[in-house]
Design a protein around this ligand. Structure first.
Ligand code: XMP
Ligand code: MG
Length: 183
């Protein structure tokens, strides 16, 4: 896809690459302090969280293993169904681990709420959430995320790992998708 075509699909940039990196460095400093000396496990939710995980983990100074889970609740739509399917489970047992779930975005919160309930049954010592983005006006369930990058308006966004029908994940900035793309 040509750069000019991608630009035409964007309504406006919400958060730039630079702002994201600065925020992740701040969050990493907090996590470094909070998890010093603890057996931490970063759990990324595929595929949206790949960029956040890659950047956040490199801002950390503690050595934190990563594991990945793949779930799906959206299909090719822009709204969460709340029906979550595990497509790939973790490789690591959570028993005794301090789990930090690394997410791209909390939208309705339905996916994460399901995941947290599910992880709660696996014997983790603690479970916290780090998310790059959150849409407070879209949340349908209350999720107490300890580390939040940016609160954003209730619009469908793409870039920095976030996709629409698997496109736009590689954009460095996060932008609002122009409605003509999905209407
Ligand atoms: P929920 O609504 O369950 O969201 O909190 C679950 C997952 O859906 C993806 N998601 C988005 N992807 N733009 C995207 O490209 C968005 O605005 C958006 N909102 C949700 C994301 O992977 C999230 O973890
Ligand atoms: Mg997605």
């Amino acid at each position: 896809m040509r750069a000019a075509d991608i630009q035409a699909d964007l309504d406006r940039v919400l958060v730039t690459d630079e702002q994201i990196q600065e925020k992740l460095a701040e969050l990493a400093a907090r996590v470094d302090a909070d998890y010093a000396g603890k057996d931490v496990l970063l759990v990324g939710v595929l595929k949206g969280a790949i960029m956040v995980m890659a950047d956040f983990a490199r801002h950390l100074t503690i050595d934190a293993p990563m594991d990945w889970m793949a779930v799906s609740s959206y299909g090719a739509s822009t709204k969460s169904s709340g029906v979550v399917q595990i497509r790939k489970d973790l490789d690591t047992p959570l028993e005794g681990k301090h789990v930090l779930v690394v997410e791209d975005i909390i939208d309705s919160g339905l996916t994460l709420s399901w995941l947290l309930d599910h992880f709660g049954t696996r014997g983790a010592a603690s479970i916290e959430v780090l998310t790059a983005f959150r849409k407070p006006d879209a949340m349908k369930v209350d999720i107490d995320a300890k580390y939040v990058g940016f609160d954003i308006p209730n619009e469908f966004v793409i870039g920095y790992g976030l996709d629409y029908a698997e496109r736009y994940r590689g954009l460095r900035d996060v932008a609002v998708l122009a409605p003509h793309v999905y209407q």
